[in-house]
Design a protein around this ligand. Structure first.
Ligand SMILES: Nc1ncnc2c1ncn2[C@@H]1O[C@H](COP(=O)(O)OP(=O)(O)O)[C@@H](O)[C@H]1O
Ligand SMILES: Nc1ccn([C@H]2C[C@H](O)[C@@H](COP(=O)(O)OP(=O)(O)O)O2)c(=O)n1
Length: 236
């Protein structure tokens, strides 16, 4: 083991309800890394478009307005924050109105270019390293990440988890909405939801959240010690 722990970049991708946010926050906290929820950024720009009367079906109007909002993400895994033009939008970006429109807004190439650039600058500024979660982190945003994880789970498990978060939610309707959003996110032209060729796939259907966290922490530690050993061999 070297005295200094190298900075590490972990990319966690996958569809909705697979456990990306909960896992990424816990892994970042356990390893002393920063944390970035890229879905929150796409939700934030969607919230701004709705709040400012931009038609979310009009890609040209979205492209024109995309550079206007100033989105700032706080990367402490114990207290992740998101503001738009200085306003705390943590709760506002989770409403159904935003959830139902975020796939359309995030499919616009100009939106993706701006948000991708923001994500790369946040990752580059994280001195100890960062866990970044989303849909295209391993494939597009950070293709050189030290470790890439792709989380999956059955639609039934994902719908049950998601509806467990909302009082009185209908599991069947949640399942349909999830499947629809996944299909939109996977079929868009610009950096769709996809597993990178070198990502480790973890099916979380039958795992507890704790088991998923432990699995990812072990994979990061394995990666770190493999890098350490390679450096020692090179120094001999
Ligand atoms: N392995 C798991 N088993 C059971 N519940 C889980 C598991 N992973 C996450 N959850 C729960 O499912 C919900 C969705 O998880 P979340 O991390 O927000 O998923 P994602 O970010 O992929 O949409 C949360 O309430 C979370 O606590
Ligand atoms: N890297 C990313 C992250 C999210 N998105 C888009 C597509 C997703 O449906 C929305 C919302 O993502 P978010 O991770 O908040 O979604 P859920 O937590 O799964 O409900 O943003 C994206 O296009 N690229």
């Amino acid at each position: 083991m070297s005295d200094t722990v190298e900075s590490v970049i972990v990319a966690i991708d996958g569809p909705s309800g697979t456990g990306k946010s909960s896992t990424s926050k816990a892994v970042a906290a356990a390893l002393g890394l920063s944390y970035l929820d890229t879905g929150a950024q796409y939700r934030a720009i969607t919230w701004w478009m709705i709040s400012n009367g931009v038609d979310t079906q009009d890609a040209a109007a979205i492209a024109t307005a995309a550079g206007k909002p100033v989105i700032v993400s706080g990367t402490d895994p114990a207290e992740p924050t998101i503001t738009v033009d200085g306003e705390d939008t943590s709760a506002a970006i989770r409403t159904q109105a935003v959830t139902s429109k975020v796939s359309a807004v995030s499919a616009v190439p100009e939106v993706r270019a701006l948000i991708t650039e923001l994500q790369r600058s946040i990752a580059a500024a994280a001195e100890k390293g960062i866990v970044v979660e989303g849909r295209d982190i391993g494939t597009t945003v950070l293709p050189d990440a030290d470790l890439k994880i792709f989380l999956t789970a059955s639609p039934e498990a994902r719908a049950a988890r998601r509806s467990g978060e909302i009082k009185g939610a209908d599991v069947a309707a949640t399942r349909e909405a999830l499947i629809k959003r996944d299909a939109a996110d996977s079929s868009r032209k610009t950096s769709p939801l996809a597993k990178a060729d070198d990502a480790v796939e973890v099916d979380t259907t039958a795992l507890t959240l704790q088991q998923v966290i432990e699995c990812v922490v072990s994979l990061v530690e394995e990666k770190r010690s493999a890098t350490d050993n390679a450096e020692k061999r090179a120094a001999r």
